[in-house]
Design a protein around this ligand. Structure first.
Ligand code: NAI
Ligand code: SF4
Length: 441
């Protein structure tokens, strides 16, 4: 049984309200933190080994220590709640059921970073959640946890919720900042990183919802104790949103010591695959990370069990491994068609490209067109090589990671399932007349 730090009280009725949250010990971490110095808090976060939970896994303490502090210039904390990665819905769960955990984490983080005005940028499709957050913010304010002179410390902090307009690209941190400034959400070139020049060119820390929520248990139990949970550089707990061909889709908190096999098959988590079907593949970290076939998912290339953590999932590099990413765990059973699946993702990335960089704007469109052709049984063998060539020309040649995110699923699908692409080329009549997913595997 994995240790629970974030979701331990999620089942308690009324936990989204301040009174119940406080009864469970809510805001004691904030009270403790406000008696510490900002530097002491930063040391705890560094000691915890917490890595960014949005997808990149960048060390949070290091990111905070990069925050520039020019004299007289305000600094900001911006929480990235623009959770749009296909297969990822863990931040939604946190905000919907535990809004005060996020607000408490923001209070501690804002105090540590010196942000008197902090923001939550939330994806527009989560239309019902801003009201939950705003209600919780009002409750926290009325209780003296936000506003002026918080708990008599002299620290002031306001939190504002900003709704996005529904663009996936606004989850990229610099596009998010542009959008928050009221502009079109086009990613900026980095460097400068937001820690130096962020919102309105002011030093800004952008962190994922789950990362900021994790600050509460870190202060509560100390960074050193947090670092003892998990393994290696995968410290603490991680939320996984599991979906696809599993018996129990949902959000799970794991301590990153369990194997992928246990996660998929045990009743505590996904509960296995419906109708006794076989596992075909999985995308463990949201749609942007490489798909992995079952044999490499359950074991590494060295025959070691594959674990649900940053290092083990990436073991073997991009040729055989994948990434923890955002923790959006998508399971595909033996009936699923990889070509169709890859085409669906290509359509998504083409639609969501902001259009600033030629390789991404044009390349995503070409990949979608070619995949559509192959999927319909109208492709040629050379189209598979063309597809490979296009994805290679996108990767690493764009302003933001959306280009890579569009290229990797195509590369991994061809690398691991080239025979399925070839089957579509060789069996055009079957592609058009029957459920080829069932027919050829
Ligand atoms: P990144 O690796 O470029 O940056 C990670 C973080 O570290 C950023 O906040 C960046 O500002 C900071 N950073 C890195 N080097 C720095 C330096 N030298 N100085 C100061 N700060 C520095 O990755 P990025 O673009 O933030 O995220 C990409 C990831 O996001 C992908 O891996 C993907 O899995 C994930 N993603 C998640 C989504 C979701 O819905 N949760 C949606 C789309 C992508
Ligand atoms: Fe826009 Fe794509 Fe370039 Fe990112 S990679 S800036 S989404 S065109």
């Amino acid at each position: 049984m994995s240790k629970k730090l974030l979701l331990k009280d999620a089942h308690i009725e009324g936990i989204r309200y301040l009174e119940t949250y406080r009864k469970q010990g809510g805001y004691t971490a904030a009270e403790k933190a406000l008696k510490m110095t900002p530097d002491e808090i930063l040391e705890e976060v560094k000691a915890s080994g917490l890595r960014g939970r949005g997808g990149a896994g960048f060390p949070t303490g290091m990111k905070w220590s990069f925050l520039a502090k020019p004299e007289g210039v305000p600094r900001h904390l911006v929480v990235n709640a623009d959770e749009s990665e296909p297969g990822t819905f863990k931040d939604r769960y946190l905000m919907e059921f535990l809004p005060h955990l996020l607000i408490e984490g923001m209070l501690i983080s804002s105090y540590c970073l010196g942000s008197n005005v902090s923001y939550i940028y939330i994806r527009g499709e989560y239309s019902w959640i801003p009201d939950i957050l705003e209600e919780a913010i009002e409750e926290a304010k009325a209780a003296g946890y936000l506003g002026k002179n918080i708990l008599g410390t002299g620290f002031d902090c306001e939190i504002y919720v900003q709704r996005g307009g529904g663009a996936y690209i606004c989850g990229e941190e610099t596009a998010l900042l542009e959008s928050l400034e009221g502009k079109r959400g086009n990613p900026r070139l980095k460097p400068p990183f937001p820690a130096v020049k962020g919102l309105w060119e002011r030093p800004t820390v952008v962190n994922n919802v789950e990362s900021i929520a994790a600050i509460v248990p870190i202060i509560d139990i100390t960074g050193a104790e947090y670092a003892k949970i998990g393994v290696g550089k995968s410290t603490g707990t991680k939320l996984i949103s599991a979906c696809g061909n599993i018996n129990k889709p949902g959000v799970y908190e794991i301590d990153m010591t369990i194997t992928v096999e246990e996660f998929i098959y045990s009743d505590e988590y996904c509960g296995g695959i419906p109708n006794g079907k076989k596992l075909k593949a999985c995308i463990p970290g949201g749609s942007s990370v490489p798909i992995v076939p079952a044999n490499l998912l359950l074991k590494t290339v060295n025959g070691e069990p594959r674990y649900m953590n940053y290092e083990s999932l990436a073991d073997g590099g991009f040729a055989t491994g994948t990434m923890m990413g955002s923790g959006g765990f998508i399971v595909l059973d033996e009936d699923q068609c990889i070509v169709e699946h890859t085409m669906t993702l290509a359509r998504f990335y083409h639609h969501e490209s902001c259009g600033q960089c030629t390789p991404c704007r044009e390349g995503t469109g070409w990949m979608h067109k070619i995949l559509k052709k192959i999927e319909k049984g109208e492709g040629k063998m050379e189209d598979i090589d063309l597809l490979w060539d296009i994805q290679r020309k996108i990767e690493g040649n764009t302003i933001c990671p959306l280009g890579d995110a569009a290229a990797w699923p195509v590369a991994a699908a061809i690398r691991h399932f080239r025979d399925e692409f070839e089957w579509h080329v060789k069996n055009p009549e079957l592609c058009q007349t029957q459920n080829y997913g069932l027919a050829h595997y």
